[in-house]
Ligand binder design. Structure first.
Ligand SMILES: Cc1cc2nc3c(=O)[nH]c(=O)nc-3n(C[C@H](O)[C@H](O)[C@H](O)COP(=O)(O)O)c2cc1C
Length: 327
């Protein structure tokens, strides 16, 4: 394993992450259109796909699949996979090589009910996790990362031994979402617990959870001592958040950001460029749910777009809303 750290970047095997700021994997949000918008606004050094089933990945058609749609500009891109008991991960790994993945991320933290049935994500047992990481490691020389939560209960000893096990099996990078498995987003995120992982493993650690501003990013880095940050919901609210953090923390030159209206319509244009017509509206609704937080009366924007029957109607509704709000 080749891991070099310096102030602004991580080098994992063949992949340079510069700056160490990552878009989180998020179902329905971390797709080609949002990634491209973030590329244009600047500041992100790494992208994660939304989670992909190892069972479905081998037969997914990259020419029409909204999950696999991607341009070379969205780089480096780590595809996140989830696997359950009895699933063969190797065909999915072959597929990720064919898709020119820059890295592979194993979802070990997702508490979604759909994963419970499969015994995947946070429902995967430790033995299966060890065996799965070992299998993937032996099948790829790409950087291999894992995204975890803090565990079922707050227990430093088992958290550390779990992370060491992942490291021993060949993980190159750990992302830690600082909440327990069952905890909802309303629970305060424990960045100080990420520090317990950071001081116990040699691989780089990325901290995740509750970063919505430059001040949050600074505080999270200070408390977690992590090597980088991953941002989820904050990137859907403010896709320029990476640019702001990169400028403040890493001294990157960032150009002036477009207006809120321009960014929203650029997102719609990117949805139109990247997705089949029937795949656009749902993704616009999901994004708008978060983006509306930028406005004092954003719930009018979110509800208007939510009730639209077409992307044209949603654009029209949003345009009228922006005319009334003075941003
Ligand atoms: C809509 C949505 C979808 C998500 N999908 C995934 C996923 O596919 N894989 C994953 O590991 N985590 C997923 N997450 C969790 C995020 O990656 C992240 O860990 C969590 O949102 C906390 O970070 P944040 O506070 O910056 O949003 C999802 C979160 C949201 C809000």
């Amino acid at each position: 394993m080749t891991v070099k750290l310096d102030r602004n970047r991580l080098v994992l095997r063949s992949c340079t992450i510069d700056p160490p700021l990552a878009l989180a994997p998020m179902v329905g949000l971390s797709h080609s259109a949002l990634r491209l918008l973030i590329v244009e606004l600047g500041g992100a050094g790494l992208f994660f796909s939304e989670m992909l089933s190892v069972g479905r990945l081998p037969s997914e058609n990259e020419n029409i699949s909204p999950y696999l749609s991607r341009t070379p500009a969205e780089s480096p891109l780590f595809y996140q996979i989830f696997a359950g008991a009895g699933q063969d991960v190797l065909p999915a790994i072959d597929r990720l090589h064919a898709l020119n993945a820059q890295g592979i991320d194993l979802n070990l933290g997702c508490p979604a009910p759909a994963l419970r049935k499969l015994g995947a994500g946070s429902f995967m047992g430790d033995k299966l996790i060890a065996a799965t990481v070992r299998t993937i490691r032996s099948a790829t020389s790409l950087p291999l990362s894992a995204k975890i939560r803090l565990g079922k209960t707050l227990d430093e000893k088992s958290l550390v031994s779990f992370c060491k096990m992942l490291e021993d099996e060949g993980i190159d990078l750990l992302t830690v979402h600082g909440r327990l498995h069952g905890e909802k987003f309303c629970r305060k995120v424990r960045w100080d617990w990420i520090a317990k992982v950071k001081k116990s493993v040699a691989v780089p650690v990325i901290a995740n959870g509750g970063i919505f501003s430059v001040a949050d990013a600074r505080k999270c880095l200070h408390e977690s001592c992590a090597d980088g940050l991953m941002i989820g919901r904050g990137a859907a609210v403010r896709p320029w958040i990476f640019a702001e953090i990169a400028q403040d923390l890493y001294g990157l030159e960032i150009s002036k950001r477009p207006s809120l209206t321009e960014i929203y319509f650029r997102f719609i244009a990117l949805l139109e460029a990247r997705f089949q017509p029937e795949r656009r509206l749902g993704r616009l609704k999901q994004f708008t749910h978060y983006y509306a937080e930028n406005f004092a009366f954003g719930h009018h924007l979110a509800t208007g777009v939510q009730n639209a029957d077409s992307i044209e109607e949603a654009s029209d509704t949003a345009g009228k809303f922006f005319e009334k709000s003075d941003k």
